[in-house]
Design a protein around this ligand. Structure first.
Ligand code: HEC
Length: 108
């Protein structure tokens, strides 16, 4: 009886997963990018857009290579910062490249 219930649950959740559509690798990458980008929103604004006159720069539409270079410079301490040196310390090269690709793809 118990086994049967478990089997039904397993089959049903399988159907639910199929109906929801399993994420493709491309979609998974996008989700990771957006999750990481969301951690920047407190300071750099939703989708990397700060309000006019903000002291913090917008990230949306920033050239990818420039952004990668700046983030690595913060991490290595070659570009002075108030907070970005701490934030970038927790990021791998791959995460820096991924989040830069994401913001560069957004409209300014
Ligand atoms: C706690 C607030 C805060 C958070 C969170 C934050 N930033 Fe920043 N960011 C700043 C500030 C402030 C500066 C200006 C440099 C400094 O003083 O650290 C800056 C500068 C930058 C710059 C340089 C922009 C330029 O014009 O050269 C980049 C790139 C950047 N941040 C990317 C990010 C990314 C990507 C994230 C998320 C992973 C992020 N920041 C999260 C506050 C923040």
């Amino acid at each position: 009886m118990r086994l049967k219930t478990q089997l039904v649950v397993a089959v049903l959740s399988g159907i639910a997963a199929t109906a929801a559509g399993a994420a493709t690798p491309q979609e998974t990458i996008k989700l990771h990018q957006r999750a990481l980008a969301a951690t920047c929103a407190n300071c750099h604004g939703t989708e990397g857009r700060t309000t006019d006159g903000s002291a913090i720069p917008s990230l949306a539409g920033m050239p990818r290579d420039y952004m990668v270079t700046q983030m690595k410079a913060f991490r290595e301490g070659t570009r002075p910062a108030t907070v970005m040196h701490q934030i970038t310390k927790g990021l791998t090269n791959q995460q820096i490249e991924s989040v830069s690709t994401y913001f560069s793809s957004l409209k300014r």
